[in-house]
Design a protein around this ligand. Structure first.
Ligand SMILES: Cc1ncc(COP(=O)(O)O)c(C=O)c1O
Length: 428
């Protein structure tokens, strides 16, 4: 009785109808019409897996992802099965598909399946993490001025609930000229004897700065302070997993750079990290439900224990396996290289347009696929609207000050970068 839901436990206990074991893969739905075979080494073939509009330069797919053909087909397959027989399909496939998703995620992260909790988004993961870490009144969480609303608000709510103290450090003065020494120095100076947790973001959606997480983790090594990372703008864009980063928690949505099913995310934690965490929402892991029913058996491992229970949009959750397979087929390193190559071309081009100020560092050491800039004499919203009028999809950063933001995922083509530069020239 491992990864099985309430229904499965009830059936195993003879409390519901017998469960028909199904070892076979559900009948594969035909690939979505028009999707050619994937040639992982050919970027045109990668792009052809998406149905995103061809006449527009979509430089914001990292905000909310389009699905590649493999993910669309998996969603359709599971949806058809669930619509035909919701309980039967769930019962026959849940344990195996949950296992498959956890194994695929672990393979991608270079981690163990039992270390991973599954969520619906980065925000859900951050909310669970910062609610569940064991902290008492007066304990301090150190975060930064550069984090997104989801981190700040999760911590504000925790402070309101439990009386913890939250402090924000500034890690760099000017994003464009930030350095590893500056960031690590400012971090270590901000940690005090009362700091119990450090909460940061890998790639800042405000500026495009990629924090040197490994160097930060090394600097905190002797402090016994877990390093928690909102990883969403590095996950699926960078060639690094938790072992490379050295953090204690990595929280991400899977519906941004990973281009996975919308409404999916995960939290990875180290053994030491999970040891400091109490789950917030009851898991539907069979071991936990079994204990509730009075059966002997072990407790779930930390990842499954932290995975919120209740029924989910399973067609999306289970299609995560295909999203990881898609990235693995291309290769994490090649995905990162492509993301960097397109972002570098965009940064070089924008920096060469008189009047536009690049906020994102040019160095790939301190940047990933996000590219943020300031445009003179025009509001950010107006700049984004004018770009869209020229068939270039950018976004306005949800921060003060707001910047014009682009992002180059593996959906993008060189022509998208050229179109963005041509359109940006009309703004100045
Ligand atoms: C840094 C950062 N974290 C989290 C989020 C929210 O991600 P999700 O939609 O997966 O909750 C965003 C933006 O949407 C973000 O920029």
């Amino acid at each position: 009785m491992r990864r099985r839901s309430l229904l499965g436990v009830a059936a195993a206990a003879g409390l519901a109808g017998a469960a028909a074991a199904c070892e076979d893969e559900p009948a594969a739905a035909p690939a979505p019409a028009g999707a050619p075979p994937l040639i992982p080494t050919d970027w045109a073939s990668v792009r052809a897996q998406f149905t995103i509009g061809a006449d527009v330069a979509h430089l914001s797919t990292f905000v909310f992802a389009p699905h590649p053909a493999q993910v669309r087909a998996a969603i359709e397959r599971h949806r058809a099965g669930l619509d035909a027989d919701p309980i039967g399909y769930l019962h026959e496939n849940e344990a195996r598909l949950d296992e498959r998703v956890a194994t695929a995620a672990a393979g991608y992260l270079g981690a163990r399946p039992d270390e991973i909790a599954f969520t619906d988004s980065t925000t859900m993961g951050l909310g669970l993490l910062y609610s569940g870490l064991r902290l008492g009144r007066g304990d301090e969480v150190l975060t930064t001025e550069h984090d997104f609303y989801a981190t700040h608000e999760s911590l504000r709510l925790r402070a309101e609930r439990d009386g913890i103290t939250v402090r924000r450090a500034r890690l760099y003065a000017d994003p464009a000229t930030a350095s590893t020494d500056e960031i690590v120095g400012n971090l270590t100076r901000a940690v005090t004897g009362r700091t119990r947790v450090v909460a940061v973001t890998w790639v800042h959606s405000s500026t495009g700065v990629k924090l040197p997480i490994r160097a930060m983790a090394d600097a905190l090594r002797d402090r016994d302070v877990p390093l928690c990372v909102d990883a969403v703008h590095g996950f699926g864009a960078e060639d690094a997993g938790p072992a490379d980063l050295g953090c204690d928690f990595l929280v991400s949505g899977c519906h941004k750079w990973l281009l996975g099913p919308r409404g999916t995310g995960l939290v990875w934690g180290s053994a030491e990290g999970w040891a400091r965490f109490t789950p917030v929402i009851p898991t539907f892991d069979g071991r936990s439900i079994g204990a509730w029913l009075g059966f002997a058996g072990g407790a779930p491992p930390p990842g499954p224990a932290a995975t919120p229970g209740g029924y989910h949009s399973f067609e999306h959750r289970w299609a995560l396996a295909e999203a990881f397979d898609f990235h693995q087929a291309i290769g994490r390193e090649r995905v990162a290289g492509r993301t960097r190559e397109l972002a570098t071309a965009l940064k070089e081009g924008l920096a060469g347009i008189g009047g536009i100020t690049l906020a994102t560092p040019k160095s790939p050491e301190l940047s990933a696929g996000l590219v943020c800039c300031q445009v003179p004499d025009v509001s950010v919203d107006e700049a984004v609207a004018r770009l869209r009028g020229l068939k270039v999809v950018a976004s306005a950063t949800p921060y003060r000050p707001s910047l014009v933001r682009f992002g180059t995922t593996i959906v993008n083509r060189e022509a998208d970068v050229e179109a963005a530069l041509t359109a940006a020239r009309t703004l100045v």
